[in-house]
Each structure stands twice: as structure tokens, then as C-alpha cells.
Design a protein around this ligand. Structure first.
Ligand code: ADP
Ligand code: ZN
Ligand code: ZN
Length: 767
């Protein structure tokens, strides 16, 4: 069908996207009208011409088509940042599968509610001495209004607008005149609502040779117009942040702005201080604690050119900078860069698209790059830079693996291996600090053997099975099911069960073992607010406790120079995630945890406790060998067609009744299977084997569609809503987009009629 209708908003705001106006696109403009394009439209009863923004082009309209007005003309160019954001939203809708409204609401700022305090103020801009002279002159010339104002400002350099206009009765004209002469400044508090209130102290470092070379090389390629994404692979403490600062300075010199993405959890006062310390009030911060109004203010300040640098979590991408030059993504492997609500976008990919639209460049940094990023660096799509040394002189810690199976054999049933107990005792004696890390992320009901480390896995997908009520073990990819086991299939031991230990139990155990030890605990329970989180960290940093026990939140980006011991209590927890990325997550967590030890002058030690000491993720993490890990992991991804070797589209169905969720998923799976069949047919009718011999007899994997599922979701039921998933794999993401669109078209018409089963898309392609 011809896409001859356009949905148009007149103001760019969150609220307006709910009710766009429909217009018909005249034949002559069909090729030009796209999301983000500015158009002139006849508006309202009088049909006055107004400027609107196209947000969507479609083939259907809820309005009688003959009553629609026509777009008058297209305004060329895409000079406004909000136009680029609308284009980005259209891309996100297409890539990630959401409605255009959801996508627009993600990228456009929410409009501040009316009635909030936009406090206007009058400030003295001239020096007091000058103001005094002006006052005397005004009095001589009998400019009484001007004199009244200057007198008041000399008493109090900032006055409320109401006081000036109502009490002092100064006209707007007089004020504007004085502003033009630079005597006063008219401000509104909206402009000054800046979450950054203090600027840290920053001593500029002389970059090391390696740091300088990276910064120069990136800026040089920027100037040459080689906008390939850069990936800086450097261990924690190797000086990546200093390189970011240098790059930002380079952008500012070129009249450009920069966005710095930092995982929310690492967005602490300490981190922000380094940026504000260097760039002062040209820096602003966006985080989840800001109100919608405050966020909007940040966007306005950005648009007006009042700031050059925006720091924040993934949503900071959508700050409308007029001249965006660079997007830096620190800790690019972090899972928090992926949105959990529709559109389920990934900040890395979205940043690349935004950069493409803006003529900007993306720079990624990590100590443990994602497989996606590193494989792109390998193929030359990204430029790879490496930092190998810690600049503060700290040595890499010595890592030891404690085999928990052996501990059990020796009769030790405590959560702590003998080696870890011994080392904790030493630290307490020497008054050094320790961190104990319980990797809770993986706790999802997996079943493993305490004697031999065997984990119950799906025979088809190589991910852990999860224990469901009723004694079933279920695979969340393909739906494979089996009875739970009471005897280990591998060694016959009866110690095969779900792993259950929380941070609280660990705290108790430490208190029993070491009655005098001062323990701090950090987990979801003790850190409900951002303040409590920072409080625990600063208390530990000040040496108010000997041992910090916590979940993965303790391993992120904090420097505790007095910590000389890090214990990982059960590395297996994340290994047994029922997710193909379990190995990668484990390697990342262990590497990060190990990086916490020995940041100061004294060398550090790390003890990794595990039931699977031979697992490659654990071995490579202990050896701090990223390359080695990458080689092994990428092989496995290729073998099983997991990303980045292939893309996966997850389609999830939700319904109050289990049958409906399941039926929805089955229908989608069927659709995808038919698509796969058609695809195979087009290649000559053979059933696809996944392997293809080309004419030069080289074997390659063809872009086949593989459909897995349906299967109940990891957490099959939340709030009485049942969830089912279907996974579709393909080497070509475009094919997955076609399948997504097909499922969407099929579902939307039905859903309108029934309204029973909801669904969403979750592309985990992360190319
Ligand atoms: P990363 O971001 O890779 O973890 P940072 O940039 O935070 O590393 O640097 C780690 C530590 O080294 C910081 O304390 C920083 O001040 C210091 N540092 C970084 N670069 C230099 C340098 N060129 N000279 C001296 N100290 C540096
Ligand atoms: Zn399976
Ligand atoms: Zn066993």
C-alpha cells in the first residue's frame, strides 16, 4: 500500500506525540516526506500556515481520508537537533520493534507541567564599582526608575522579577535596555536549575605517551572525517577517563559538544567531579533522580549552548545538542545500556545511529569489552586502542582459585574456603580492608552438584535449566523440560540442589568467625536510595569497616586503596545464568572484582571460590587474560549461532491466561517457521542445514532463519501475567526485521479485536 499519510506534531514535546495530526502527502512530496522532516501545514479553522514535524509516514488513517488536509510544502534541511531525534526514533521503532509513540516518548523530553516555578530574576552584571557610577549618573539625569533599580541591586545583587516589576515598578523596556548595555542580567531559575552544584577540584594530568597517542589518533581521524567507532580496551585504572577528558577538550576546541554515558551505578559524585573539575559549569548531569522538569531544563540548556558536556546513563543520549561531536560510552559492556522497556534499545547501537545522523563519532571504553564490540574491532569496523598499564603504580593482584568441591571433600561446609578464612584473618590482624562479593545476579533457580560441580543444562541450548515449582527443570530458550534430579547424573552424589546463600547469611557467618570484625553490607536491601548507597561507600572508604560484603554493586568503579583482599564467594552463580552470555558475564564480573584489590601501594590478593575451577571463564579471569577468553568465547558463539555470530530476535507474549500467552507465541513461531521455509525455498528448495558450499568450495554459514521455542520466560509468571517467548536467529538482521514486521502486522489486527495477549520485541542482536 502506498504510504500517503503523515502524522505531524506542531510542537516538539512528549505530550504532543500522543495525538499527532493526520495529513495527506501530495503526490509531488511523497519522496521527501519522512520522519523528522519539517513541513508547512494548514492548521486550525483558519488554515493558517504553521510549521510541523513529521513523526510517521503510514498507509492508513483513522480519519476519513477525503477530509484530511494536505501538506503544503517541505522545509529542506535537518538543522535542528530535535529533527535528528525524531529520525532516531523512527530508526529505533524499525530496529527494535515498538510503536512510533513509544519511540518518540523515549527520545523527546517530557514537557514540564504548568505551574512549576519558573522563577525569573534580575541580577547585577556590572561590577559594583561601575554600578555605583551608573547610579550616580542616573540620579543626576533624573532617571528615577533606573536609579531605583541600581540602588536595590547594589544592596542585593539578585532580585526576584516580581519585586522589580511590581514593587520597584520598573518597566520591561527599561530592563531590556539595561540588559543590552550589560548592566544587568535577566535570568530564569529554569536556566539555572543545574543538578551539578559543586565543581570538583581537578589537577590536569600530563598524559602518558600511550594516552596521548590514543587521544591524538582519535581526534585526527575525527578531523579527517573517518568516523569509525573507537574502542579503548584498558584495564581499570589504566587512564581511560583521562583520555575521555582530553577528547572532550578537543571537541570543545572544535565548537562541538560531547555526551558521556556512564552506567547509573557508577555515576557517583567522585566520577562527576573529575568532569566538572575540568570543564566547570559547562558540564551537566542527567540521572534517574532528576524530575521530568529538571531533565527538560537540562535539554534546554543543551539546546541553547549553555553546556558542552552531558554525563548520564543511557537516556542522556537524547540530549538535543546543536553540534554534537562525540559520544563516549564508558564500561560499554554493561548490561544497563540496554533498555528494559519498549523500545528495548541498546545505547551502543543507538549512539552509532545518532552519531551517523549528527556527523559525530562514538568512542567506547572497557576493561572487558563486549564480544560484540571486540569482534567489530577485530574485523576493522572499529578502531582498537589498548592501554596496558596502571598509572598509579598499583600492581595487578595475585589471583587464587579455591575449589569448593575439594573443600566439601575435606569436610569444610562453610561458605568460606580455608584459604579465604586464613586470608581474612590476616587482613584483620594487619588492619587492611577486604571485600567479599556474592554474585547474586545469576541466582535463578539453577541446580548444581556440590560434589563435582555438574550443572543441569539444556541438551539443545547449552544454558542452565531453571527449577520451576512442581519439580520441573525448564529451558527458557527452547522449552525443553525434564524432571528435577535428586542424584547427580555425573557422580551420583546426593548433594545436588539449588544454590541458596544471601549477603545477609554471609554477614552472619563472618560475625561468627570473626566476632570483632566491623562489617558493612551492601545489596538491594541496604541501598534503597542513592544516598544510602553513597553513604556505605564513603563509610568504607574512610576505613569505618574492615569488610564490605555485597552484590555486584560493590565491584563497580570505586577506588578503595586500603583493600588488599577480594573474595568472590561463588563464581558459579553467574556461570549458571540461563543465558548464552553467562560465560561473558562471569568473566566480566570476576575481572572487575579482581580489579578492586591492590589499588593502593600494598599488593592485592583475590580468592575466587568455585565448583567449576576448570571453566574457561574462571581460568581466563584468574589469569586476567581478556584475549584468551575472547578467542574461546567467540568460538562457542559461532558454533551455536549466538550473537555476535548471529542476531537473535526475542518475541515475548504476555497474557492473564497461560493458554493465551502460549497460543500467541505459537502463532508467532509458526509464522517465523514459514518464513524460514520460504527462504529455504528461494534458495532452491533444499531444507537448510545451516551449512552452505559456495562455488569456490568454501564452506560458509548461510543467512538461515532458525526458530526456537516457544518457551515459558525465565520468570514465567509475574503479577499473574504469564509470559512466553520465541527466539528467531539469523545472520542478517534485516531478515529479522522483516519477521518482526510480519508478526506485528499479524498480531495488531487480531489484538484490536480481542485485546487479550500483549507482546513485545526484544532484539538481542547487539551488533
Ligand atoms: P580508568 O578510567 O581506565 O579506570 P582513570 O583515568 O580513572 O582510569 O585513571 C586511574 C588513575 O590514574 C586515576 O587516579 C588517575 O588520576 C590516574 N591517572 C590517569 N592518567 C594519569 C596520568 N597521565 N598521570 C598520572 N596519573 C594518571
Ligand atoms: Zn533449550
Ligand atoms: Zn556430581
Amino acid at each position: 500500500m502506498k504510504k500517503e499519510f503523515a502524522n505531524i506534531i506542531v510542537d516538539i514535546s512528549h505530550e504532543k506525540v500522543d495525538r499527532p495530526f493526520g495529513y495527506r502527502i501530495p503526490e509531488a512530496l511523497l519522496t521527501q516526506v519522512r520522519p523528522g522532516v519539517r513541513v508547512n501545514i494548514p492548521f486550525g479553522a483558519g488554515n493558517t500556515l504553521r510549521t510541523g514535524y513529521v513523526v510517521e509516514v503510514t498507509d492508513r488513517t483513522d480519519f476519513p481520508a477525503e477530509r484530511l488536509k494536505e501538506i503544503a510544502s517541505v522545509i529542506p534541511g535537518a538543522s535542528e537537533p530535535s529533527q535528528r531525534l525524531i529520525m532516531l526514533a523512527a530508526w529505533m521503532k524499525e530496529q527494535y520493534g515498538s510503536t512510533m509513540i513509544q519511540a518518540l516518548k523515549t527520545v523527546l523530553p517530557a514537557r514540564q507541567k504548568v505551574g512549576t516555578k519558573e522563577q525569573k530574576k534580575v541580577e547585577l552584571a556590572a561590577l559594583p564599582k561601575e554600578a555605583q557610577e551608573l547610579l550616580e549618573r542616573a540620579e543626576k539625569k533624573h532617571q528615577t526608575a533606573k536609579a531605583r533599580l541600581l540602588k536595590a541591586l547594589l544592596g542585593e545583587p539578585v532580585l526576584a522579577w516580581e519585586r522589580v516589576t511590581k514593587e520597584l515598578k520598573i518597566t520591561t523596556q527599561t530592563l531590556k535596555g539595561l540588559e543590552a548595555d550589560g548592566v544587568i542580567r535577566l535570568t530564569s531559575s529554569v536556566m539555572y536549575r543545574n543538578p551539578v552544584t559543586e565543581h570538583g577540584f581537578y589537577e590536569k594530568k600530563t598524559l602518558s605517551r600511550a594516552q596521548q597517542e590514543i587521544a591524538d589518533s582519535i581526534l585526527d581521524s575525527f578531523d579527517r572525517g573517518d568516523m569509525r567507532t573507537g574502542l579503548i580496551h584498558g584495564i581499570t585504572g589504566s587512564g581511560k577517563t583521562e583520555v575521555y577528558l582530553e577528547l572532550i577538550a578537543g571537541m570543545i576546541q572544535r565548537g562541538k559538544q560531547a555526551i558521556v554515558l556512564i552506567p547509573e551505578i557508577a555515576l557517583t559524585y567522585q566520577t562527576v567531579q573529575r568532569f566538572t573539575g575540568r570543564f566547570g559549569s559547562r558540564v551537566s548531569v542527567m540521572n534517574s533522580t532528576l524530575s521530568a522538569g529538571e531533565k527538560q531544563d537540562q535539554c534546554r540548556r543543551a539546546q541553547k549552548g549553555e553546556i558542552d558536556v552531558m554525563i548520564g546513563p543511557r537516556s542522556a543520549l537524547f540530549v538535543p545538542f546543536p553540534n554534537l561531536g562525540m559520544i563516549l560510552i564508558d564500561e560499554e559492556h554493561e548490561t544497563s545500556y540496554k533498555s528494559e522497556t519498549s523500545p528495548k534499545y541498546h545505547a551502543r547501537e543507538t549512539a552509532e545511529e545518532l552519531a551517523r545522523l549528527s556527523g559525530a563519532m562514538v568512542v567506547l571504553g572497557s576493561a572487558t569489552p563486549s564480544l560484540e564490540a571486540y569482534s567489530r574491532a577485530e574485523s576493522g569496523q572499529y578502531r582498537l586502542f589498548t592501554l596496558k598499564e596502571r598509572l598509579t603504580g598499583g600492581m595487578l593482584p595475585e589471583v587464587e582459585i579455591a575449589d569448593l568441591r575439594e573443600e566439601l571433600r575435606q569436610g569444610n561446609r562453610s561458605i568460606f574456603s580455608r584459604s579465604l578464612q586464613e586470608k581474612l584473618r590476616q587482613r584483620l590482624e594487619r588492619k587492611e580492608q577486604s571485600m567479599l562479593f556474592l554474585n547474586r545476579r545469576g541466582y535463578a533457580g539453577f541446580v548444581s552438584c556440590r560434589s563435582c560441580g555438574y550443572v543441569c543444562k539444556c541438551p539443545h541450548c547449552d544454558v542452565s535449566l531453571s527449577e520451576h515449582r512442581g519439580g520441573r527443570l525448564v529451558c527458557h530458550y527452547c522449552g525443553y523440560e525434564q524432571q528435577t534430579v535428586s542424584v547427580c547424573p555425573s557422580c551420583g552424589s546426593k548433594y545436588i540442589l539449588g544454590f541458596k546463600a544471601g549477603t545477609e547469611q554471609i554477614e552472619e557467618q563472618i560475625k561468627k568467625l570473626f566476632p570483632g570484625a566491623r562489617v558493612l553490607r551492601m545489596d538491594a536491601d541496604t541501598t534503597r536510595t542513592k544516598e544510602s548507597y553513597e553513604k556505605i561507600l564513603s563509610s568504607f572508604a574512610k576505613g569505618e569497616a574492615d569488610i564490605l560484603v555485597g552484590t555486584q554493586m560493590i565491584v563497580k568503579g570505586h577506588d578503595f586503596p586500603a583493600v588488599t583482599l577480594v573474595g568472590v564467594l561463588a563464581a558459579d552463580l553467574s556461570l549458571s545464568l540461563s543465558d548464552y552470555r553467562a560465560g561473558e558475564r562471569t568473566f566480566q564480573l570476576l575481572t572487575q572484582a579482581a580489579g578492586r584489590a591492590g589499588r593502593g601501594e600494598r599488593p592485592g590478593q583475590v580468592v575466587i571460590q568455585t565448583y567449576q575451577p576448570e571453566h574457561y571463564s574462571i581460568r581466563y579471569a584468574a589469569a586476567q587474560d581478556y584475549e584468551g577468553f575472547y578467542r574461546e568465547e567467540i568460538m562457542y558463539r559461532e558454533l551455536l549461532s549466538y550473537p555476535p555470530a548471529s542476531h537473535i530476535l526475542a518475541v515475548q507474549f504476555f497474557a492473564k491466561r497461560e493458554e493465551e500467552a502460549k497460543a500467541g507465541a505459537e502463532e508467532a513461531a509458526q509464522y517465523a517457521r514459514q518464513f524460514a521455509k520460504r527462504e529455504a525455498g528461494e534458495r532452491g528448495g533444499q531444507e537448510s542445514t545451516g551449512i552452505h558450499w559456495s562455488q569456490d568450495k568454501r564452506c560458509s554459514v548461510v543467512p538461515d532463519t532458525v526458530v526456537i521455542g516457544p518457551a515459558p520466560a525465565l520468570i514465567g509468571r509475574i503479577n499473574d501475567v504469564y509470559r512466553y517467548g520465541v527466539y528467531v536467529k539469523n545472520k542478517s538482521y534485516e531478515k529479522l526485521v522483516e519477521i518482526k514486521d510480519g508478526i506485528e502486522a499479524m498480531r495488531t489486527s487480531k489484538e484490536r479485536m480481542q485485546g487479550l495477549c500483549q507482546f513485545d520485541f526484544d532484539p538481542i542482536h547487539n551488533f
